[in-house]
Design a protein around this ligand. Structure first.
Ligand code: G3H
Ligand code: 13P
Ligand code: ZN
Length: 330
């Protein structure tokens, strides 16, 4: 029987796990946004945008974010976010607090004991049986507390915290059923051609980026019908913000992301969680560069972090409304 509390239960804090969110997203043909945060302004923007657009949301904390901000402070920020949301609306939206790319059982356990409602164990760089064994161990622990678990099969190109790989290793549809059955994970991240960061594809100016491998996604869906699929590395690297960065002294020529149309297509399928971090980083950088470019004497952090936060709200609302389809679902 499921135990009802961990050291700190996410339920008491006002978070939800991803079970119901994903069931609704699958049925409704949309994807729940999973936005990363490292600081107060990003968290404020994510929650404000999702409350305003009436979208469920997954707040993601990576291992790197914990190290940057301090794990205790960051999770208390998350909790503070729930309290802030209650003041913003009398109809709170569902919010999950999720560990992004957990790389050990101990890290996942620590998050579960400290109020996370969902964790990812990323063993995608390990041999299959080893990935399976540790993912299963995380699931067995997490499910005692009704915390949901995301696993990963197939490797994304680029950096996944300390896990890096030079080229993309697509998910093998032949093993997904075995992995899901034996681990009992609640969702599965797959590799269909995306990668982390702002330089996802090598293309010449004016050339179209290669399409995602929807054929692999379809094969996966056939093997595990209706099972929640997660897409990492899903930032679009929005042109306007990139141009702003380059205009105000940045150097990000050649940055390119996943086109919005491809994400829309994915969101309508079994993909019910879409991870976006880099687009938020680009927005903050663009606005802060612009403020400094136009007002070189500015030195009050509120005068550059504030406008960056306002722009983040707009970007996240637009994602929910026009890309993921998660707006007005709660
Ligand atoms: O998947 C990677 C996320 O964007 C988190 O990145 O490890 O630099 O916090 P980070
Ligand atoms: P992006 O770098 O494309 O934003 O991907 C973020 C991500 O996958 C977080 O887990
Ligand atoms: Zn990721």
């Amino acid at each position: 029987m499921a135990q009802t509390f961990a050291t700190v239960s996410y339920k008491e804090l006002g978070f939800v796990n991803t079970k119901e969110m994903f069931a609704r997203a699958n049925k409704g043909g949309y994807a729940v946004p999973a936005y990363n945060f490292n600081n107060m302004e990003q968290l404020q923007a994510i929650l404000t945008a999702c409350v305003k657009s009436r979208s469920p949301v997954i707040l993601q904390i990576s291992k790197g974010a914990r190290e940057y901000a301090n794990p205790t402070l960051l999770r208390w920020l998350g909790r503070g976010g729930i309290e802030m949301m209650k003041e913003m609306t009398d109809k709170p939206i569902p919010v999950a607090l999720h560990l992004d790319h957990g790389d050990s059982f101990e890290l996942c356990k620590s998050c579960i004991e400290n109020g996370f409602s969902s964790v990812m164990y990323d063993g995608s760089s390990l041999p299959y049986e080893e990935n399976l064994r540790i993912t299963k161990q995380v699931v067995e622990y997490a499910h005692q507390f009704e915390v949901t678990v995301e696993g990963e099969l197939g490797r994304l190109a680029g950096i996944e915290d300390e896990v890096s790989s030079e080229k993309s290793h697509y998910t093998d549809p032949n093993v997904v059923e075995d992995f899901v059955k034996r681990t009992q994970v609640d969702s599965l991240a797959i590799s269909i051609g995306t990668s982390h960061g702002a330089f996802k594809f090598k293309v010449k100016p004016g050339e179209a980026v290669p399409g995602l491998r929807f054929d692999i996604l379809e094969e996966v869906e056939k093997r595990i019908p209706g099972f929640p699929i997660v897409l990492h590395g899903a930032s679009s690297v929005l042109d306007g913000y990139l141009a702003m960065i380059n205009k105000y002294g940045g150097k990000m020529e050649g940055a390119v992301g996943v086109p919005a149309e491809q994400l829309r297509r994915a969101a309508k399928s079994a993909v019910c969680k879409i991870n976006i971090d880099s687009d938020g980083r680009l927005v903050m950088t663009a606005v802060i560069r612009k403020v400094f470019g136009e007002k070189p004497g500015e030195f009050d952090p509120r005068k550059y972090l504030g406008p960056a936060r306002d722009e983040l709200v707009k970007m996240y609302m637009d994602k929910n409304q026009t890309v993921l389809g998660s707006a007005n679902r709660v």
